[in-house]
Design a protein around this ligand. Structure first.
Ligand code: HSE
Length: 329
């Protein structure tokens, strides 16, 4: 495990407390090494023999079968994941910034070498939205994705709307609960949502819209008066990530939107995230659940761990041939 912040620590705690995780798929998952930046920092687990500040050793250690990255940020996480793939280790990440900015490159390395690279935990916390888009909805031409994709801002807006809490104290509470980014301006500015909608647009629509090309506006321009006025009109403010596909193009944006109370996303409150997916055959689907926090995100990481390690493995370094499709024998 690389990184032992909110998410990494929750994952480590779960794997240590419940050794039966993965056993249903014939796996024996054990934490072998934990790479951290500051080795002397106090952690919620007591595993001194496993902790190191040498992340490179972890990705290159031949006794380690799989790497989970929960460091955050693009570097050194990206190079570490590429090194792990090079060493034949499947990689699992919760890092939306990395997946949004270097995801295509890492996916290419993963496909080339036949080593899984999974990132369910990067979008929507505990909601299995990536797997739903990649697998269950693979035949659907997704025309629209509309999401509440940031737990912190949704928690703040909900607390301001429902309890009249001030922006500042709602943000403090979201930070205390482990929802906010290390620098919460990433949440407030819409940057975090831009990473997530950029990932969803690629996965669902094949669109390469990097986060810096997503028209982004956060919630800092919203005043308490705006929120009160919306309530008086029976409407509610939500920070919305949106991707819309036409025959010609895909448009991706992040901005606060004023929703009528009847809108399917209007009732999504607190840290909950939701993604509305539309396509010609399915009409409309809505996925919702806890969008941030260590435990929910650790559940998504564990799901990916089990999926990656249950797959038939391709020899490390072996270039995969395109599959031959046999229609008749
Ligand atoms: N800070 C993020 C959020 C964490 O509040 O949604 C989960 O990606």
């Amino acid at each position: 495990v690389l990184g032992a912040g909110t998410v990494g620590s929750a994952l480590i705690g779960r794997l240590i407390d419940d050794r039966s995780i993965g056993s249903g798929s014939g796996l024996d998952l054990a934490v072998r090494r934990i790479a951290v930046k500051h080795i002397s920092k106090k952690r919620p687990f007591d595993l001194p023999g496993l902790v190191t500040d040498q992340a490179e050793w972890v990705v290159n250690d031949p006794s380690i079968d799989v790497v989970v990255e929960a460091i955050g940020g693009v570097e050194p996480a990206g190079d570490l994941l590429l090194a792990a793939i090079e060493a034949g280790k499947p990689v699992i990440t919760a890092n939306k910034e990395l997946v949004a900015t270097r995801g295509a490159e890492i996916l290419e390395a993963s496909r080339w070498s036949g080593v899984p690279f999974l990132y369910e935990a990067a979008v929507g916390g505990g909601i299995p939205i990536i797997r739903a888009l990649v697998e269950s909805l693979s035949s659907e031409k997704i025309t629209r994705l509309v999401g509440v994709l940031n737990g912190t801002t949704n928690y703040i807006l909900s607390a301001m709307t429902a309890q009249g809490t001030s922006f500042r104290s709602a943000l403090e509470k979201a930070t205390e609960l482990g929802y906010a980014e290390p620098d919460p301006s990433d949440d407030i500015s819409g940057r975090d949502t831009a990473f997530k909608i950029s990932i969803l647009a690629r996965v669902a629509m094949g669109a390469r819209v990097p986060p810096w090309e997503v028209a982004t506006d956060g919630i800092s321009g919203l005043t308490e008066t705006d929120i009160e006025q919306a309530s008086a009109e029976d409407r509610v403010w939500k920070l919305i990530g949106r991707a819309e596909q036409t025959d010609e193009s895909v448009t991706v944006s992040v901005r606060p939107e004023l929703l009528d109370r009847e809108h399917p996303l209007a009732a999504i409150g607190g840290v909950t995230n939701a993604v509305m997916v539309e396509g010609p055959a399915i009409g409309q689907l809505i996925f919702s659940g806890p969008g941030a926090g260590g435990e929910a995100t650790a559940t998504a990481l564990i799901g990916d761990l089990v999926q990656a390690m249950s797959r038939p493995r391709v020899r490390p370094g072996a270039r995969r041939r395109p599959p031959r499709i046999l229609l008749h024998r």
